[in-house]
Design a protein around this ligand. Structure first.
Ligand code: DC
Length: 229
């Protein structure tokens, strides 16, 4: 059966990764979380004291980009791919608030994006890949056979992220999460470099009122239609 490339873009915390991961499992495709790569770069910047009060020392970060090695390695126990930064498993740490609060400005830096996009395109050379992010259908894989643009209301997305963090016993407030969701939307949509926007040929999936099973079914039908063409 022919293999295709599937690009999933959309706002933060709208369930892109949940849907993309499950779709990849159903189709036996490789799943890549491109946001994890920007998060790992942000963790690198934080650890090197290159972010102070939300201000990124862009010049130094750019000069150190070749010291950042990001990999995905399959974790047998969780049965998921974990994100590794310079030989260390950082999957947990990149999901925490310090990284979430600083990742958007890091993701606006042109040189950071160029490095990530080159890595992502190399990962997708063989097709049979599902990648989620903000610029996958517009910049990384403009020729993807299936492009999905996902969205959900701000409150629904903040609630989902809040539930996830509370489930992990993190001490967070709903208001902070909602504020973070809004700020990230604003920066993602208004930055100069590859802003989040729907590709002209992307299909819209608003999952505010859909269960994960319903949205997976929707995506599977679309993917199979294209694969069997
Ligand atoms: O998907 P996420 O919330 O883990 O993404 C983290 C940040 O990285 C988010 O602020 C947007 C940015 N990002 C991006 O600019 N381009 C991508 N392809 C993926 C994520």
């Amino acid at each position: 059966m022919r293999k295709i490339t599937i690009a999933v873009d959309g706002h933060s915390s709208c369930g892109k990764s949940t849907m993309a991961k499950e779709l990849a499992r159903e189709l036996q495709y490789i799943y890549i979380d491109s946001g994890a790569m920007y998060r790992a770069a942000t963790l690198f910047a934080l650890r090197n004291n290159l972010i102070n009060n939300g201000q990124v020392d862009q010049k130094t970060l750019i000069s150190k980009l070749d010291q950042i090695c990001i990999e995905f390695k399959y974790n047998e126990s969780s049965q998921k791919a974990d994100t590794w930064l310079n030989g260390e498993n950082v999957e947990e740490e990149i999901r925490q608030l310090p990284v979430s609060q600083n990742v958007s400005p890091v993701a606006t830096i042109k040189e950071v994006r160029q490095k990530m996009v080159a890595l992502q395109q190399a990962m997708g050379q063989e097709k049979g890949i599902i990648m989620d992010g903000r610029d996958i259908g517009t910049v990384v894989f403009p020729d993807a056979e299936l492009k999905i643009y996902m969205t959900a209301s701000e409150e629904v997305r903040a609630q989902r992220r809040y539930d996830e963090l509370i489930g992990k016993k993190q001490d967070v407030s709903f208001e902070d999460i909602l504020k973070n969701v809004r700020e990230r939307d604003y920066i993602d949509q208004n930055r100069e470099e590859s802003p989040l926007r729907k590709a002209d040929d992307a299909l819209i999936l608003d999952n505010s009122n859909l269960t994960p099973v319903e949205q997976l079914q929707w995506a599977l039908v679309k993917a199979n239609e294209i694969i069997q063409q």
